[in-house]
Design a protein around this ligand. Structure first.
Ligand code: ADP
Ligand code: ADP
Length: 222
């Protein structure tokens, strides 16, 4: 079943006299349980699209449906619920809270929802069973990203949105993080969307969408 549908989606940023058409006309359908990669160069509109899907920014024109609900028409309460319960975010620079250890970073996220997974289980799942009491500054980049993945999946989100999740990591560590995301996609049967400018990521995707100058198109993966 479709989980996300975009129809003639447009986003224009306006600051003073300057108008930037970040998304010009975006159409896609993403199905439940897919691992989708959105590939495009810097400035092509990837983060903008991710922010719209995550309910973090307003749509200029067009429609964006999560299941049968138009995200654009959510009221404040519905939007908060959507961001908290439906979406899990993973960012390029991890965005962990530096004053909290691994366990606490994940626990804080778990407390946002009614039925989280046990924190311990999730840390185990991402390969950090031994690192509960470490603070972000005591971990490698790859380990910090594992904590970020744990923090997202502990809420059991329907959509796992990953914005350049390997952008700050070396090649080997990147592969490990992508394998982890792939494993989570399969085991929990949740939809994973990863944006990247690096096409080595394609081997992990069920499907690839390409974005260029705010225009999205579909390309099959071999
Ligand atoms: P990508 O993630 O592919 O690098 P972005 O979605 O960040 O692309 O940016 C797409 C375009 O929109 C770029 O031209 C960028 O400069 C512009 N843009 C992004 N965010 C803003 C903003 N908050 N205000 C104005 N312009 C923005
Ligand atoms: P949960 O609520 O996920 O079941 P608990 O809070 O009961 O977890 O704690 C389970 C175990 O997790 C504890 O035995 C402890 O070892 C570990 N733990 C709990 N809080 C922390 C913390 N702040 N930092 C590190 N480990 C913790």
């Amino acid at each position: 079943d479709p989980v996300l549908v975009a129809r003639n989606l447009k986003k224009t940023y306006v600051s003073g006299e300057v108008r930037t058409r970040a998304l010009r006309d975006v159409n896609f359908t993403i199905y439940e349980g897919e691992f989708v990669v959105i590939l495009g160069p810097s400035g092509s509109g990837k983060s903008t699209l991710m922010n719209l899907i995550g309910g973090m920014d307003s749509i200029t024109e067009g429609e964006l449906f999560y299941k049968d609900q138009d995200i654009h028409k959510f009221n404040r309460r519905e939007l908060t619920r959507y961001r908290r319960n439906v979406v899990g975010f993973v960012f390029q620079f991890y965005n962990l809270l530096p004053s909290l250890n691994c366990y606490e970073n994940v626990k804080l996220s778990a407390e946002l929802v009614r039925k989280p997974l046990p924190v311990e289980e999730v840390l185990e799942k991402v390969g950090l069973g031994e690192r509960h009491r470490h603070f972000p500054s005591q971990l490698s980049g790859g380990e910090q990203q594992r904590v970020a993945v744990a923090r997202a999946i502990v809420k059991v989100p329907e959509l796992l949105l990953c914005d350049e999740p390997t952008g700050a990591l070396d090649t080997d560590t990147s592969q490990q993080i992508l394998e982890l995301l792939q494993r989570i996609n399969k085991e929990y049967r949740k939809t994973v969307i990863v944006i990247s400018h690096d096409d080595t990521i394609l081997q992990y995707a069920d499907r690839c969408l390409t974005i260029r100058d705010g225009v999205l198109s579909e390309e099959g993966v071999g």
